[in-house]
Design a protein. Structure first.
Length: 461
């Protein structure tokens, strides 16, 4: 048989889910799980920490904001570097930074030491998420992509649940430091990650590492019989990888949608990090016990799981964009409802719906944003959206702290969360999908031949 011309990324898009995809999914699920744990643990341990070090709400909010500045820097710096030097390499660096310095934060003798350790660990955490999103997007079969990429964020929710459970059952017997000791666990798994996790296929193509490309494709499609003698369009891949990745976010009519994404993610992060940091405290101020207040965090996390799974299913049915707009519209209803009732049953239901709409919507937005951009800049596209979002996450804890010090009514505080939900829905409505680089939906009629039969599915607008 003569030389075949193979589009490696199209092979992945057309593939059927197998052990290789599962391997990528499990590792991303695990890492995003610790991301969720890391974000939630600060809010969970906050009351205990404030009591130990006699912190004011403004001090506590500032520490949370400094950590989020670190996350923003991590996303800004490590995402473009990952597109140039390998996403797996970037994730290894991120794993070391966030796990080693989270562990060190648990041994902090004072607030200054704690803040510095959290800042450094946050740099790693900031670079982790966009690279996991990018790799999971790259290695997911197209027809399964929304649910697979969204589902790795179930790990995020479970991480938040784990932090809440530790807060409910262990902190009172120990102290807040136990949360940070557990946060060091990924440090022990770095050797396994290096051994088993694949590097980005687009990186291997750009570097013309044909042996690695063939090895991965034969795992993605075991019956493909791919060989190093096939033509993998290496010159095209190398050409596409040239140039500054950030500049490409604004070329080919993508500038307007890039700004719309940034607005949406900025407001999403305000909601998510505002709730993660202050929800237990707000509920305590509303008259709930510490254990009951922490249980609301768990309810949000369960809502996030349901929202992610349901949204991923409907994204394939009615389109990603419609699902995102609807999700945050649900958040508007939930937050306004929370400002109008004191009934405990209704409060639990509304917080659950807020988790479905806003936290679930955040998870579903990540694969949508990543896939909007060409493959060679997806980590940059995701990373810079998240970096801008970090500004919102930095502002939210401090703004809420300022509101708390004014003695604001808790119900009114919840009503204010509806405002960014409105702006998120508007942001996604403004995205211009006609300029997107969504991967093609393919049929495997002739993948082993010289060409592939390709069909495009229209993306809802």
């Amino acid at each position: 048989m003569g030389m075949r011309t193979i589009d490696a990324q199209d092979v992945v898009s057309a593939s059927k889910f197998n052990r290789f995809h599962l391997l990528v999914f499990v590792w991303c699920f695990y890492l995003i799980g610790f991301d969720g744990y890391d974000i939630a643990m600060y809010g969970v341990g906050l009351s205990s920490m404030m009591a130990e070090w006699n912190l004011t709400p403004m001090q506590a909010g500032a520490v949370g904001s400094y950590s989020l500045i670190g996350m923003m820097l991590g996303a800004l710096v490590l995402s473009p570097l990952a597109d140039k030097f390998g996403r797996k390499n970037a994730i290894v660096l991120c794993m070391f930074l966030f796990s080693a310095f989270t562990l060190a934060a648990g041994f902090s003798p004072n607030l200054i030491w704690f803040t510095v350790m959290r800042f450094i660990s946050a740099i790693g955490m900031g670079g982790l998420m966009p690279n996991c999103i990018s790799l999971m997007t790259e290695y997911s079969p197209k027809k399964n992509r929304p649910i697979l990429v969204g589902s790795i964020y179930i790990g995020y929710a479970l991480g938040g649940i784990l932090a809440s459970l530790i807060g409910m059952f262990l902190i009172q017997q120990t102290n807040w430091r136990i949360l940070y000791y557990i946060g060091g666990i990924p440090l022990l798994t770095i050797p396994l990650f290096i051994k088993y996790f694949p590097e980005s296929l687009s990186y291997y193509l750009a570097k013309k590492q044909i042996g690695k490309v063939v090895e991965i494709l034969n795992k993605v499609k075991p019956d493909g019989d791919f060989k190093e003698t096939d033509d993998y369009k290496l010159e095209m891949a190398a050409k596409e990888s040239q140039g500054f990745p950030v500049k490409k976010l604004f070329t080919n009519n993508r500038a307007f949608s890039t700004i719309a994404f940034w607005m949406a993610v900025f407001c999403t992060m305000m909601i998510v990090y505002g709730l993660n940091t202050w929800l237990p405290k707000l509920m305590q101020d509303a008259g709930f016990s510490m254990k009951s207040s922490l249980s609301f965090n768990m309810v949000v996390s369960f809502g996030q799981i349901i929202g992610t799974l349901a949204g991923g299913y409907f994204a394939n049915k009615i389109g990603h964009k419609r699902v995102l707009v609807t999700s945050f519209a649900l958040g508007i209803v939930a937050f306004i409802g929370m400002s109008l009732t004191s009934n405990i049953a209704f409060v639990y239901i509304l917080i659950f719906l807020a988790g479905v709409g806003t936290f679930g919507g955040m998870n579903l937005a990540n694969p949508y944003i990543a896939e909007y951009y060409p493959r060679e800049i997806r980590a940059t596209g995701s990373g810079y959206s998240l970096a801008v979002g970090r500004i919102g996450s930095i502002l939210a804890p401090t703004l809420i702290a300022m509101l708390i010090t004014t003695g604001i009514d808790t119900k009114f505080a919840f009503a204010l969360f509806a405002v960014p939900c409105i702006l998120v829905s508007l942001g996604y409505l403004l995205v211009q999908e006609k300029y997107a680089s969504f991967d093609k939906v393919m049929e495997e009629n002739d993948i082993n031949g010289s060409s592939s039969v390709i069909k495009r599915r229209s993306i809802s607008s």
